[in-house]
Design a protein around this ligand. Structure first.
Ligand SMILES: [Fe+2]
Length: 367
């Protein structure tokens, strides 16, 4: 049997760790707890978009189980994993199921090192077709997703307070039985040798923002995640046993007219003492229901006072639903199928035409 991935020793290196606020969600049960949490979250939400969350309904054992299922999936023979890869769907922007390492041409002889397996929401609108190692755990995966949804609802409740919105203004945008692209994702980064790391600028995934609402990241014992702080510097995110990390994503940032900051993050090659290890991630992507329009939050007292009620889309007269936006972003991501270039300064270079999401909106990547 494989050693349990989640028992991997944390790095002993003194890295430049990010200083992040920790929200204790149990405060929501206490008088004035919501106000207190909103105060704590406000700075993080306005400046870096990244924070820790504690006191969850999810136990360490439940998180460990998800890592075990992920590990079991990625240990399957490649031909079995490939049965769950639908290239056509992937290229059209639907990222459900398996995505292998080799879906893009290599850069300078080096392939992407990321494989993913995404399990869609249990909203009655998705077909669940999984290999046995996942299918036999489907009930606990569903329960895990329900608990993730609850955390997302609690965080949206706090953000309603931060933005001075009427109660449920954000929470009601995620409806349990409506079609949505919420998903649980297992990720696997294969360790690279020193030469490959050199060629790829020591980056596993370049700087970007996530497209959805909130991303929940469960503890990854192998360090790699970095965020860009308000000063534009990259800082490592410390894996913590007692908390999960959360980042604010583009759709939420957009409807808040950028008042809430979408976190810029990337995956760096792990520190020297962990560089030889493959890295597994368990993430939950919170998204609004597909039919929800990404319109500005006109009821927000904060946005009204700031006199800022235009989004990146509305200022160009474009109206999109969450589902349309997610599909456009997914298609953009897949279209960028040519190898990236690494410039002389070791930074990634992108072709501008590959970044367009709509006629007036492009994604940005950050080195
Ligand atoms: Fe991301």
């Amino acid at each position: 049997m494989n050693p349990r991935y989640q028992d991997t020793q944390p790095t002993a290196e003194a890295l430049d760790w990010a200083e992040l606020v920790t929200l204790d969600l149990s405060l929501l049960e206490q008088p004035n707890g919501l106000e207190k949490l909103a105060k704590e979250l406000e700075y993080a939400a306005n400046h870096v978009g990244f924070f820790y969350v504690q006191s969850l309904d999810i136990s360490k054992e439940e998180v460990d189980r998800q890592f075990e299922i992920a590990q079991d999936f990625f240990s399957l023979p490649l031909e079995e994993r490939l049965q769950y890869f639908d290239r056509e769907k992937y290229m059209s922007g639907q990222n459900i199921g398996y995505r292998p390492i080799t879906w893009r041409p290599p850069l300078d002889g080096v392939y992407d090192n990321t494989q993913i397996y995404s399990i869609p929401a249990f909203d009655g609108h998705h077909i669940h077709h999984h290999p046995d190692v996942v299918a036999r755990c489907l009930e606990e995966i569903q329960q895990f997703q329900v608990k993730c949804d609850k955390i997302i609802q609690q965080l949206l409740q706090i953000l309603e307070h931060v933005l001075e919105l009427p109660p449920f203004a954000l929470r009601k945008k995620i409806r349990a039985n409506a079609s949505s692209e919420q998903q649980l994702r297992y990720m696997h980064y294969t360790a690279r040798n020193p030469e490959e790391n050199e060629k790829m600028g020591h980056i596993y995934a370049g700087g970007h923002t996530d497209l959805g609402v909130l991303t929940l990241l469960f503890r990854q014992p192998v360090a790699g995640l970095q965020i860009q702080n308000a000063e534009g510097e990259w800082r490592w995110v410390q894996p913590r046993d007692d908390a999960l990390t959360v980042n604010i994503c583009d759709a939420l940032s957009m409807i808040s007219c950028q008042h809430l900051k979408s976190t810029i993050h990337r995956v760096h090659a792990p520190p020297a003492d962990q560089r030889h290890l493959d890295r597994i991630g368990v993430l939950y992507f919170g998204r609004f229901s597909n039919d929800e329009y990404l319109d500005p939050l006109a009821d927000s007292g904060v946005l009204r006072r700031a006199g800022n009620l235009q989004t990146e889309l509305s200022k160009n007269g474009i109206r999109m639903t969450m589902g349309e936006y997610a599909a456009a972003r997914g298609a953009q991501h897949s279209r960028r199928k040519q190898p990236l270039a690494v410039g002389k300064d070791g930074r990634y270079e992108w072709d501008q035409k590959d970044l367009a999401v709509t006629s007036t909106l492009s994604v940005q990547y950050y080195n």
